[in-house]
Design a protein around this ligand. Sequence first.
Ligand SMILES: CC(C)(COP(=O)(O)OP(=O)(O)OC[C@H]1O[C@@H](n2cnc3c(N)ncnc32)[C@H](O)[C@@H]1OP(=O)(O)O)[C@@H](O)C(=O)NCCC(=O)NCCS
Length: 199
Amino acid sequence: MTLCIAGAGALGREVLDVAVACGRYREVVFCDDALAGQTVRGVPVRHPDEVADAEFVVGVADPSARRSLAGRLRDRGLGARALVHPAATVAPDTVLGAGCVILAGAVVSSSCLLGVHTQVHYNATVGHDAVLDAYSTVFPGANVGGACHLGADAAVGANATVLQQRSVGAGAFVGAGAVATRDIPAGAIAVGVPARPRR
Ligand SMILES: CC(C)(COP(=O)(O)OP(=O)(O)OC[C@H]1O[C@@H](n2cnc3c(N)ncnc32)[C@H](O)[C@@H]1OP(=O)(O)O)[C@@H](O)C(=O)NCCC(=O)NCCS
């Protein structure tokens, strides 16, 4: 089977590492509007409107770009697949949505629910019973506590912590290094320790 990684930029190359480490795919290609026709790390880059007969995963961090690429490929009849690096740990009863990406060193604990096209980056942790809605992102080294809820398109920045049972509203961003001790409202950018929404 062929895997198409949508987005041939920095995260796309990191997702390529996951695909290679998994060893599941006979062929890997990128698709990317801007880089179509080129090769990236020896892998051909196609135009998203020309990809066929492949499973796909999106290698783009920005949630709206991720959503748009996923929609285009889905409309072409391609199926999204979750991709987990063999050096990551995902509890057996945790459910990963289609297109979910888990990078090396990440740990996703028991009974979590990760929505479609969510991403958990290097060395991040997601505690037991957490729910990550579609297109949310946990950046490198961040810790999302047990039973937390990340709304759609929410992001937790590098090395930030969300205390257990807190929620990060849809589209909100917890800045790098912040500690979210309270719920973060939808759309807010919250920074600092304790994290406070920026004015
Ligand atoms: C919170 C964040 C999204 C804000 O981005 P932004 O809106 O572009 O912010 P700016 O860089 O314009 O900074 C605006 C102000 O917020 C401050 N600020 C930005 N990020 C901050 C953070 N994480 N903690 C504390 N203060 C922060 C800046 O110092 C600046 O303050 P000033 O106005 O007094 O100079 C971003 O800084 C961040 O933390 N992103 C996470 C990055 C990450 O995890 N990347 C993973 C890559 S692998």
